[in-house]
Design a protein around this ligand. Structure first.
Ligand SMILES: Nc1ncnc2c1ncn2[C@@H]1O[C@H](COP(=O)(O)OP(=O)(O)O)[C@@H](O)[C@H]1O
Ligand SMILES: [Mg+2]
Length: 368
């Protein structure tokens, strides 16, 4: 269990103060994976440095299983740091050492006896699926294999917490998934507490139990994956269940109101749309949709258009009564993000513009 309470870090830049972390509070239970997602400059690296004691927080606390890390004396920092294993974006291996030599390094630093080191290194390499690669040098390994060595090295000192800083940003999609699955397997097998810093939503979707959105040094949204995904207005939900852009269909429905709906858990299994169609005796067109499994639950995100002059409030009430998030949106909604798998920019205005003119004059979201 790692607990961060009201963590602040203020840098002095000449006469100017830069608030890199502005009261970050989070807690991650043992055996679970928490994702921290945020744009460049949000404070992610500062958070990593404060958690690993490479930087001292200005105020606030970091504790592992109740032991306060931020108040340890300088002489004890090394020992405290061993409770947190670090996995880096580029594995950061020593080129002149073999896979075994890299994994052995942290054990040598604390003067572990040679034979004990040898057994432990073999165990660790087996754990990450690299049996038989003991004598390979980093240059002879693929990106995914190098990251496996990095993970084995991070686990050498038997840490309780694994802190992964963009662990898959340098990997292709297939290897990314392999490494994420390995992290997930190790988390439950070794009962680790894992924090993954990332800007890729796919990482959050695949392995995280909970997620925090960091913006300008503050956590502006957070929660269990299945909870944040169901909150239609949240940036995290929009990033977790993105919809392609859509335009009103030609024909009789063209002027009808447009709704966005998020089904989750049990409600995803019910035929809600046909329920609405029958109950209100109306036609419904699906303009866009996506279905995902998040935190082991099914989620569906739909943009639908109702017939003109529909009882919008009635439909919204019908859906809310059944525990389904729904809201009215502008007819041209959800312009495609530039990088569909990354986070929407918090500085951009919310695309929801109720009661906007029905006929767009220009395609939205396209930049010349
Ligand atoms: N050593 C430093 N001195 C002054 N300002 C810093 C320092 N490190 C980071 N910052 C500032 O703190 C903010 C957060 O930076 P950082 O933690 O690197 O963000 P991220 O990793 O999310 O891109 C930025 O405004 C950055 O300019
Ligand atoms: Mg950074």
């Amino acid at each position: 269990m790692i607990t961060v309470t009201d963590l602040r870090k203020v840098y002095q830049q000449g006469k100017k103060e830069v608030v890199a972390l502005d009261g970050v509070t989070l807690s991650v239970p043992k055996g679970s994976i928490h994702g921290i997602i945020g744009h460049s400059g949000a404070g992610k690296s500062t958070l990593v440095r404060c958690l690993t004691l490479l930087d001292r927080p200005t105020s606030g606390s970091v504790s592992i299983d109740g032991t306060e890390l931020s108040s340890v004396r300088d002489s004890e920092i090394r020992a405290a740091r061993r409770r947190i294993g670090m996995v880096f974006q580029h594995a950061n291996l020593m080129d002149s050492r073999t896979a075994a030599g890299n994994v052995a390094h942290p054990l040598e630093l604390v003067k572990t006896p040679k034979d004990k080191t040898r057994t432990r290194v073999a165990e660790l390499l087996k754990l990450v699926g690299l049996e038989g690669f003991e004598n390979a040098y980093p240059s002879q390994l693929s990106g995914g294999q190098r990251q496996r060595v990095g993970i084995a090295r991070a686990l050498a000192s038997e840490p309780e917490v694994l802190l992964c800083d963009e662990p898959t940003s340098a990997l292709d999609p297939a290897t990314t998934n392999e490494i994420l699955d390995l992290i997930q397997e190790l988390t439950s097998r070794l009962q680790l507490t894992v924090l993954i810093i990332t800007h890729e939503m796919n990482v959050v979707k695949r392995v995280c139990n909970s997620v925090s959105l960091l913006s300008r040094g503050r956590i502006i949204e957070h929660g269990a994956l299945e909870d944040v995904a169901g909150e239609l207005d949240s940036q995290l939900a929009r990033a977790l269940l993105p919809l392609p852009p859509s335009f009103p269909l030609p024909g009789p429905l063209q002027r009808g109101p447009v709704l966005e709906i998020v089904f989750s858990g049990d409600s995803a299994k019910e035929p809600v749309l046909t329920g609405v169609a029958r109950h209100f005796d109306m036609d419904i067109n699906v303009l866009a949709g996506s279905v995902e499994t998040l935190g082991g639950q099914q989620f569906g995100h739909l943009r639908v258009q109702l017939a003109e002059n529909s009882d919008v409030d009635g439909v919204l009430g019908y859906l809310t009564d059944r525990g389904i998030s729904a809201r009215r949106v502008a007819p041209v909604a959800g312009a495609a993000p530039e990088f569909p798998d990354t986070l929407p920019d918090p500085d951009l205005p919310d695309p929801v513009v109720p009661n906007q003119g029905l006929h767009p004059t220009k395609e939205q979201g396209r930049h010349e």
